[in-house]
Design a protein around this ligand. Structure first.
Ligand SMILES: Nc1ncnc2c1ncn2[C@@H]1O[C@H](COP(=O)(O)OP(=O)(O)OP(=O)(O)O)[C@@H](O)[C@H]1O
Ligand SMILES: [Mg+2]
Length: 330
């Protein structure tokens, strides 16, 4: 099932066309990566997908009732509240249920309610049903989940009562990531989540996302992270996007093969052009061959040219990639 679809998105800043006819889909449970050089438009595309920015053309279609969380690039959590309070905000629904349960428990101990057999039995039934709902929604685990995520993202030695606004930029970014993960949305959209993570945190995040129940769309320059996580790569280049099935290594291989095919086709066409030009040059002036030469000249003029790899051609693009080293940037 398709959860979200970006259709023919275009966006310019001033005279610069950053996105041109960009299409992207996110399927249920899919793990997709977006790659491209600095300034390619990755963050712009995510902002458009999440509604933080309007496109000049095109539309974003979202399936009904699906939840989306977005962590912006370097988007740190800003709050005067404590770390723990901010993480609890991912579970307001469960906390509400918990409060209802506590109130019911109080009423169960109320002698007037206990004396009314009918009312008391109804209360017990409601309590059972609410307890089951609470349990199914992870009510007995959410505090452990918070601790697990904070531990995984390097807050294990931190006092969780610390106000968020005194934390460093890197810590605030990691907290924003933690908050996004705890929200457990149907689509998790992360813009360079591995910045500010050490190797242990990174390994923890890879494992967390691998077993994540929802879909993940992630921008990253970390090829190892993408290799571990993604099954689809979207490559943004020159404003256009190409979808590759597979992880990052598979994407590099496929792109290389396409480049080689492109170069072969280019060379073949160049030879044909040279032969035709030579024929035209030798025959255009001669009375009995001029018509054939003119016809070849027309063919030459109309010919759709294949270009060398790295250049734009016939609506498709081929380019060289620079895979990043771990902890470095592409
Ligand atoms: N609000 C804006 N106003 C003007 N130009 C912008 C704006 N936002 C982005 N740009 C420009 O659009 C281009 C794409 O920016 P974007 O941040 O989407 O790139 P990116 O692929 O995310 O790059 P990076 O890998 O460095 O994060 C850049 O040239 C950037 O300067
Ligand atoms: Mg960016």
């Amino acid at each position: 099932m398709i959860l979200l679809q970006a259709v023919r998105i275009a966006k310019s800043f001033g005279a610069r066309r950053v996105l041109n006819n960009v299409n992207l889909i996110i399927q249920e449970g899919e793990r997709a990566g977006i790659v491209g050089v600095n300034g390619a438009g990755k963050s712009t595309l995510l902002k458009i997908i999440t509604g933080a920015l309007s496109p000049d053309a095109g539309e974003v279609i979202k399936a009904k009732d699906i939840s989306v969380s977005y962590m912006a690039q370097d988007g740190g959590l800003e709050s005067g509240q404590s770390i723990w309070h901010e993480m609890l905000s991912a579970f307001t629904h469960l906390i509400g249920l918990e409060q209802q349960l506590r109130e019911m428990e109080k009423r169960m101990g109320d002698p007037t309610v206990m004396a009314d057999g009918k009312q008391y039995r109804q209360l017990l039934r409601d309590y059972d049903s609410l307890s089951a709902d609470f349990e199914n929604k992870g009510g007995f685990e959410y505090e452990a989940n918070i601790r697990g995520v904070l531990h995984g993202l390097n807050f294990r030695d931190m006092d969780y009562n610390t106000p968020v606004n005194i934390l460093s930029g890197g810590q605030k970014t990691r907290l924003a990531l933690a908050r996004c993960l705890l929200g457990a949305p149907d689509i998790l959209i992360l813009d360079e989540p591995t910045n500010y993570l050490d190797m242990d945190n990174l390994t923890w995040l890879e494992q967390y996302l691998q077993s994540y129940r929802g879909a993940v769309l992630v921008v990253s320059h970390d090829r190892y992270f993408l290799d571990t996580l993604t099954k689809v790569i979207y490559d943004l280049d020159n404003g256009g996007i190409t979808r590759y099935t597979g992880n990052y290594t598979g994407f590099i291989r496929q792109k290389k093969e396409m480049q080689e095919q492109q170069l072969k086709a280019y060379k073949k066409q160049q030879e044909e052009i040279a032969r035709t030009e030579e024929f035209v040059r030798r025959n255009i002036a001669a009375k009995d061959t001029t018509r054939r030469a003119q016809s070849r000249l027309k063919t030459l003029e109309k010919m759709e040219r294949v270009t060398r790899a790295g250049e734009r051609t016939q609506g498709k693009r081929f380019f060289l990639c620079c895979p990043a080293k771990r902890a470095g940037s592409a």
